[in-house]
Ligand binder design. Structure first.
Ligand SMILES: [Zn+2]
Length: 287
């Protein structure tokens, strides 16, 4: 059964560790992430972007796959199914589809509209016992081929959104989606401090967690980050293992072309990556 992310991130905030939120792409991803979380005895958040939801044949199918894998694979650790960077319409669809958590990303909207829509979704989530993540300011990343050095949220705006009753808050502190550019100056701990001074014990979310040095992520976790998103690193691990299998000619040996064999090294690489991240985030044995 899926649970809201509320309790797991609140406990993580109090215990100064973080819950990994791993993006899913297909059945292999789903099985691998849940297997790793179970073996590490860690609570976990699995999430899809709207694009991945479409790729997986719809949010309802995503919820069914996750629920079925939980049941069939004997997963007993707490699992939240979350929408990553949802639009207002996407959030409504995921609430309908049986997700237990959503992120409303109103960062591209005028601030007042972000506030109004976040408020409305907070009320729905409260009624349904779901968790909701909101975003303040934009998270940096590649846009039109140009990679920025990371943006920072305004602590005052963070407080205004936090006060709406959201479960957790994504705020830019110099982090970036995707692969980090050369010469990236690092996370802005001064901004993180300024934000926590305003929002108190509100769990914060670190997006673009792939590629930030572990020690820097752990410092951010000590300072109030309670959910860390991981996407690119699992994709890179999967691609690398699959490439090695093919370059070694294994798909040409015997029944090596069987997708259950062809995708196995990539799936195993995701399990290893998720376990590694859980270790770094400190959520091992916190189920
Ligand atoms: Zn993000």
């Amino acid at each position: 059964m899926l649970v809201s992310a509320k309790e797991m991130v609140a406990k993580a905030r109090a215990g100064q560790y973080a819950i990994g939120a791993f993006n899913l792409n297909n059945l292999e991803w789903t099985k691998s992430v849940l297997k790793a979380a179970q073996e590490m005895n860690s609570p976990v958040i699995v999430q899809v972007s709207e694009g991945a939801g479409k790729y997986m044949a719809g949010f309802k199918n995503v919820a069914d796959i996750v629920n079925n894998v939980i049941a069939s694979q004997g997963i007993t650790v707490p699992v939240a199914l979350h929408l990553d960077h949802g639009t207002y319409d996407g959030c409504k669809k995921c609430i309908e589809a049986g997700f237990s958590s959503i992120m409303f990303d109103g960062s591209a909207l005028p601030f007042e509209e972000n506030v109004a829509k976040t408020k409305e979704l907070v009320a729905i989530c409260e009624e349904k016992g779901m968790s909701i993540e909101a975003e303040v300011g934009a998270i940096g990343g590649e846009e039109d081929g140009v990679v920025g050095m990371g943006e920072c949220a305004d602590p005052e705006e963070c407080k205004k959104i936090a006060d709406l009753g959201v479960t957790m808050l994504a705020a830019g502190i110099g982090n970036i989606h995707g692969v980090y550019p050369e010469g990236w100056p690092g996370l802005r701990f001064d901004v993180l401090t300024a934000i926590t001074e305003k929002v108190g014990t509100m769990p914060l979310v670190l997006h673009g967690g792939s590629g930030i040095p572990d020690a820097m992520v752990q410092e951010a976790i000590r300072m109030g980050v309670s959910k860390v998103n991981v996407n690119t690193e699992c994709q890179l691990a999967f691609a690398k293992a699959t490439r090695e299998y093919i370059l070694a000619g294994k798909d040409l040996q015997g029944k090596g072309f069987d997708p259950r064999k062809l995708l196995a090294p990539g799936a195993a690489a995701i399990v290893d990556m998720v376990k590694y991240k859980i270790e770094v985030f400190g959520s091992k044995d916190k189920a």
